[in-house]
Ligand binder design. Structure first.
Ligand SMILES: Cc1cc2nc3c(=O)[nH]c(=O)nc-3n(C[C@H](O)[C@H](O)[C@H](O)COP(=O)(O)OP(=O)(O)OC[C@H]3O[C@@H](n4cnc5c(N)ncnc54)[C@H](O)[C@@H]3O)c2cc1C
Length: 390
């Protein structure tokens, strides 16, 4: 173990608290300071677009277990700068916190159409990322509004599902067909069929979407001129690494914080979770999913303590989504092209929500469980099975 005495963790959510737990479990006995911008204790973020918007979960139901061991928690206190040369983190109030080991776990922020140059100047844009956003949307849904969601990816579709469960009517608009780019055609079709039963309306055009209007609720316009107005318009167009506070440090790239396979950013600095761009065959890539944050956090803690002697991470991608009465869990890299082999069970084409199945994309390293309980390890093993005859 090296000479680590003061660890500072910036970002007090899944990745940050998992690093702290792992450090303690590995025997680190020095001080830990956990700095978090949100004024809530760490909570289960995936529950926001599911139980919290649906009105079935409150904060008490979704808080994460507090980090183990003694931890100085500075909650509701964003870090605003890093001076890596002086080993100092600067807080919003001007305080400076010294470290000899730093963990960057500041996650991601919701991307805006405005960031993509797809919004009129001054238009009011609403996004969804944190507990406050979930409470605001949940309150709005009490009036059973018409909600227009821009973005037919995983988040947009989960929000559509939670909104219709609350009695809202929902239109989802995108430049691409729903879920195709994220899940591939087969899984996308299953969920679109389930969404159509709940009367969700879809519109897309490859020419893109624009947010229009400078007073009152905005409207959404497709490149072919179709216009969609609702009581509430919500952007769900992806997320971007939360690296603004690192601007002057020179550490952050355009698409996230690039790490090595041990989640190291620079000497004495590691990173984990949605903020990270991890090495892949196609270059550094963000995988902003729960299990990626967990495995990166455990790797980062080991690297902080043991440097080159720590094991590198070989990612084993795993992801789930709950929407329109279906739970889909996937091991392996998405999107999954082509049609899968059904390993067990069945999914009726016209009523997939009524069935359950284990699926495998032979030769592609992907397996899925639809409405089926199976330990993650078994799903991963299924994904890795070689096609017969190879
Ligand atoms: C609505 C929603 C639903 C999701 N559903 C799923 C799902 O079904 N399945 C799945 O696999 N994944 C899902 N995810 C992704 C999953 O929640 C994330 O991968 C996971 O939360 C990443 O954890 P993290 O700690 O890296 O980042 P985050 O959870 O984003 O936490 C980062 C924390 O750092 C704080 N922070 C940011 N900047 C600063 C600063 N300057 N100073 C101090 N603190 C700062 C933030 O306030 C935040 O609390 C979902 C995400 C969202 C938003």
């Amino acid at each position: 173990m090296n000479e680590l005495e003061r660890v500072v963790v910036v970002g007090a959510s899944l990745a940050g608290t998992t690093v702290v737990d792992t450090l303690r479990r590995l025997g680190y006995a020095g001080s830990v300071t956990l700095i978090g911008a949100e004024r809530h204790p760490a909570y289960n973020r995936p529950a926001l677009s599911k139980g919290v918007v649906a009105g079935t979960d409150g904060l008490d139901d979704i808080v994460l277990p507090p980090p183990s061991g003694e931890v100085d928690q500075l909650i509701g206190t964003p870090a605003v700068a890093l001076h890596a040369d002086r080993k100092e983190v600067v807080l919003a109030g001007g305080d400076r916190i010294r470290y000899d080991g730093l963990v960057i776990a500041t996650g991601a922020r919701a991307r805006r159409l405005a960031d993509l140059g797809a919004a009129d100047p001054g238009v009011q844009e609403t996004t969804f990322r944190d507990l406050d956003d979930a409470h605001r949307l949940s309150a709005l849904l009490a009036t059973r509004p018409h909600v227009v969601i821009v973005g037919a990816g995983i988040l947009g579709m989960e929000l559509a599902s939670a909104c219709v469960d609350r009695g809202a009517t929902v239109t989802v608009v995108d430049r691409q067909p729903p879920l195709l780019g994220q899940l591939g055609p087969y899984l996308a079709d299953l969920l679109i069929t389930a969404a159509a039963r709940r009367r969700v309306r879809f519109a897309h055009h490859p020419g893109g979407v624009r947010l229009r209007g400078t007073s009152g609720p905005p409207a959404v316009e497709l490149a072919d001129g179709r216009r969609f107005a609702g009581d509430h318009v919500l952007s769900a167009v992806g997320c971007a690494a939360e690296t603004g506070w690192l601007a002057s440090s020179g550490l952050a790239g355009a698409h996230g914080l690039v790490v090595d396979t041990r989640c190291r950013v620079a000497p004495g600095i590691v990173a984990a979770g949605d903020v990270v761009a991890f090495p892949s065959a196609a270059g550094p890539r963000r995988t902003p999913w729960w299990h990626s944050a967990l495995e990166q956090a455990r790797t980062a803690a080991r690297a902080l303590l043991h440097g080159d002697d720590a094991p590198p991470l070989t990612p084993s991608p795993y992801f789930w989504t709950d929407q329109f009465g279906m739970r889909v869990r996937v091991a392996g890299l998405l999107p999954a092209a082509g049609r899968p082999a059904v390993v067990d069970g069945s999914l009726p084409d016209d009523e997939p929500w009524a069935g359950s199945a284990l699926l495998r994309w032979p030769g592609r390293g992907v397996a899925a469980a639809v409405n089926r309980r199976i330990p993650i390890g078994r799903l991963r093993a299924l994904a890795q099975l070689e096609p017969a005859g190879t």
